[in-house]
Design a protein around this ligand. Structure first.
Ligand SMILES: *[C@@H]1O[C@H](CO)[C@@H](O)[C@H](O)[C@H]1NC(C)=O
Length: 256
């Protein structure tokens, strides 16, 4: 039926990968939600209505968004800097709890002049990864603004947020400790999960993306179940319509 090669062994997820630090985690449980596990067991008779999630990666110029994605997708690190023009995406295949699942990783340019182009690609994201450089204080300072821009066309109740510090290998231990403290504070405030990684050494990169895939998958299964229940109870549809109107109004003033 399909000519795709089998899913790589290290992309097959059976156990929930743990968070980076319990101080700033989306949740600290060490197993997948029981309802999700049971749903996945039964998916042969009732397949999931989704198989892909959109993940957008935003942050300042040069914080290492492309390097982070390349380290995970291609297991490579290119020392030469090449700016991303506009938007680019990689498709990464996983299997979670026996269910095929893909992450569409959208790499966006950090330059101001691409902000407007990029914002139209932000729509419909299931997860947002806000990247900053652990050796550059300003990039963390700008993280909040990146998040706000990325959220304009998204529904806050259905997007998972990750705040990821890169270049851990380049940050002086004193600065690193200070930056991590600030980043954890910001993560708590914006309800994001905090990670510190190094695309150069590869430290924590794979764990991060397995965690992103797992939590996104878990949320997608729960949303799917909720949708099924909503279809059975017609009166809830009205509330959903109102939410859409609200989103339209909010996005009307973008990119003028
Ligand atoms: C699984 O998720 C559902 C829906 O969000 C929730 O009601 C339930 O309590 C969760 N179960 C566990 C064990 O966390």
């Amino acid at each position: 039926m399909s000519s795709l090669p089998p899913i790589r062994e290290d992309r097959i997820i059976c156990e929930l990968p743990l968070c980076f630090t319990k101080d700033a985690a989306l949740h600290t449980k060490d197993t997948f939600n029981v309802t999700v596990q049971q749903t996945c067991l039964g998916q042969m008779s009732d397949p999931m209505g989704f198989n892909v999630a959109k993940v957008i990666v935003v942050g300042d110029v040069g914080v290492g968004k492309t390097c982070l994605i390349n380290r995970f997708c291609k297991d490579s690190f290119d020392k030469g800097y090449k700016a991303t023009i506009g938007v680019d995406f990689e498709m990464e295949r996983f299997e979670v709890l026996g269910v095929p699942f893909n992450l569409q990783l959208w790499d966006t340019a950090g330059q101001e002049r691409f902000k407007c182009i990029a914002s139209t690609y932000y729509r419909g994201a299931q997860a947002i990864i806000v990247v900053f450089d652990l050796s550059n204080y300003y990039s963390l300072d700008h993280a909040r603004q990146w998040l706000e821009d990325a959220m304009i066309d998204n529904d806050p109740s259905s997007v998972l947020l990750f705040l990821v510090g890169t270049k851990k290998d380049q940050s002086h231990p004193d600065l690193l400790a200070q930056m991590e403290g600030e980043a954890i504070k910001l993560s708590e405030e914006i309800k994001a999960e905090y990670w510190a990684v190094s695309a150069l050494s590869g430290e924590s990169v794979r764990r991060l993306f397995l965690r992103v895939a797992s939590l996104t998958f878990e949320a997608a299964v729960l949303a799917e179940l909720e949708k099924k229940n909503t279809r059975q109870a017609g009166d809830i549809v009205k509330i959903t319509d109102n939410q859409n109107d609200f989103k339209k109004r909010k996005s009307a003033n973008c990119c003028n």
